[in-house]
Design a protein around this ligand. Structure first.
Ligand SMILES: [Zn+2]
Length: 492
């Protein structure tokens, strides 16, 4: 039997703020353990939480960008459980009345002609818990250590409906969500630093069925790859269980990236009853309509709108537009370079620039695992290089040599061209001399071409290019060679 997998994601996003959600402790990452704490976030009795306005604003902006309905009044609730990283023995979260509900995110996937619409169930605010450190080996302390620096850092939880159908869908959704959050500037979105964390609910059902199967919750994935692998593993595990006549047990499983497998963490029977109740130390959170509308009006252009604008205004393919807009900075880079090129004449300027950015620049960045911010080639230099191609100074081939040099030295393209004497040769007289020489030296290839073997032209073009030190304009070389070959034919 064929099975369909049904996946929903719960994503915890650390909201970028200077101070914590309910106190003024700093949120910087990597501080010495227990240095960013105070009586409020350490859970001393009698301390009152004071809500961080910036965190609420970021939560509302995110909800609006995802098309959610923001509640005029939401309520904080205590989620109660005992764990050593939670000094109050409850986490302040939102439960029955979350910040916002009912949104959507459109996700481009490989297997569908149209973007997949993933419904967003809810967006709510909560505080983070602390961190347990388990020292290992000689010299390590016995037992575990508690670091409360992370306690009280603002989070938003974004819960999707189970609209994803494969591990690839899950990864693409997560990438699209991250891209949106980066455009909004509301989070660092660094999975390795834990500022973007993801749990997945996975079930399978016979293909075509409308009812949902028993779901298993996966935790502890800390990379895009991890999410994909964990979901694949779980789909295979459930399929094998059902096919061998077994049943799926509702449980929470912990992903082990090193072993590439998950193991049970707790079953439904042991599932926590959190005894939620409204937080008595905080009034209901008011989000007045006018305030929400002013935030909506100030939202930036989001990735999907920008992608559409790129295909429309720059005549780019869907693929180019997607690559260029996935990362806000890369889209900004492209547009900054384009501003410098828009007055230059030439066909296909937008596409030529897009090729240089997506192929050469991104290729180098990816190969070196580098961020765009540390690229030695700024947008102005990239525009300068493309301008030299457009005005005929450089052939595409020489431009690559110039780009190599720009990447290595951070130099300006025009200077490099001058210093290295890399200007393209457009002089037809010189090219014709090289062409005649090449024909004289490669009589066999010339004869082959004349007798109908068109492929022989390639080696002749290569000979001329070599004679010119790679600097002859390839189109002129082609044309002149054909002229010379033709005249040779009529002459002989
Ligand atoms: Zn504090």
């Amino acid at each position: 039997m064929d099975y369909e997998s049904v996946i929903g994601l719960e994503v915890h996003v650390q909201i970028k703020t200077d101070s914590k959600l309910f106190c003024s402790c700093p949120t910087v990452f990597g501080a010495p353990p227990n240095s960013n704490i105070c009586p409020v976030c350490s859970g001393y009795p009698g301390c009152l939480p004071v809500l961080n306005r910036k965190a609420v604003e970021s939560g509302v902006r995110t909800a609006l960008a995802l098309g959610c309905e923001v509640r005029e009044e939401s309520v904080f609730a205590r989620k109660q459980y005992f764990y050593p990283d939670l000094p109050k023995n409850y986490q302040i979260s939102q439960y029955e009345k979350p910040l916002a509900e009912g949104g959507e995110l459109f996700v481009e996937t490989a297997g569908r002609p149209e973007p997949l619409r993933v419904r967003i169930l809810r967006v709510h605010l909560e505080e983070d818990a602390g961190k347990l450190i388990h020292p290992e080996g000689a010299g390590g302390a016995e037992g575990s250590l508690v670091d409360l620096n992370r306690t009280g850092i603002p989070l938003m939880e974004i819960v999707s409906e189970p609209d994803l159908r494969s591990s690839e869908d899950a990864q693409r959704y997560l990438e699209a969500l991250k891209s949106s959050l980066e455009y909004l500037g509301v989070s660092g979105c660094d999975m390795e630093k834990g500022s973007l964390r993801c749990d997945a609910n996975v079930s399978i059902r016979p293909a075509g069925s409308r009812t949902l199967g028993t779901k298993v919750e996966l935790k502890n994935m800390n990379s895009f790859r991890g999410v994909r692998d964990a979901v694949d593993y779980e789909i295979a595990r459930q399929t094998a269980a059902v096919e061998s006549g077994g049943r799926i047990v509702q449980e929470t499983r912990l992903w082990d990236a090193e072993k590439g497998e998950s193991r049970p963490m707790r079953s439904k029977e042991e599932a926590h009853d959190y005894r939620y109740f409204p937080e008595p130390d905080l009034p209901p959170l008011a989000a007045p309509k006018e305030w929400v509308e002013s935030l909506r009006a100030a939202l930036p252009e989001m990735p999907r709108a920008r992608r559409e604008r790129f295909t429309r205004d720059y005549h780019l393919t869907g693929y180019d537009a997607r690559v260029l807009t996935a990362q806000k900075e890369l889209g900004d880079y492209y547009e900054a370079a384009w501003q410098l090129l828009r007055t230059v004449r030439g066909d296909g300027r937008e596409k030529l620039l897009a090729n240089w950015v997506t192929t050469e620049l991104l290729g180098r960045l990816n190969a070196g695992k580098m961020e765009l911010a540390s690229s030695p080639v700024p947008a102005e230099s990239m525009a300068g290089l493309v301008r030299l191609i457009l005005d005929g100074t450089l052939s595409g081939k020489i431009a690559k040599t110039v780009f190599d040099e720009m990447w290595a030295t951070g130099g300006e393209p025009a200077e490099i061209v001058q210093k290295k004497g890399l200007v393209q040769v457009l002089d037809e007289g010189r090219i014709r001399e090289w062409a005649k020489e090449a024909l004289a030296r490669n009589r066999k290839a010339a004869d082959e071409f004349r007798s109908g073997k068109e492929r022989a032209l390639g080696s002749l073009v290569g000979a001329v290019m070599k004679a010119s030190g790679g600097k002859a304009n390839p189109e002129i070389v082609n044309r002149i060679l054909l002229e010379e070959l033709g005249s040779g034919k009529t002459g002989g």
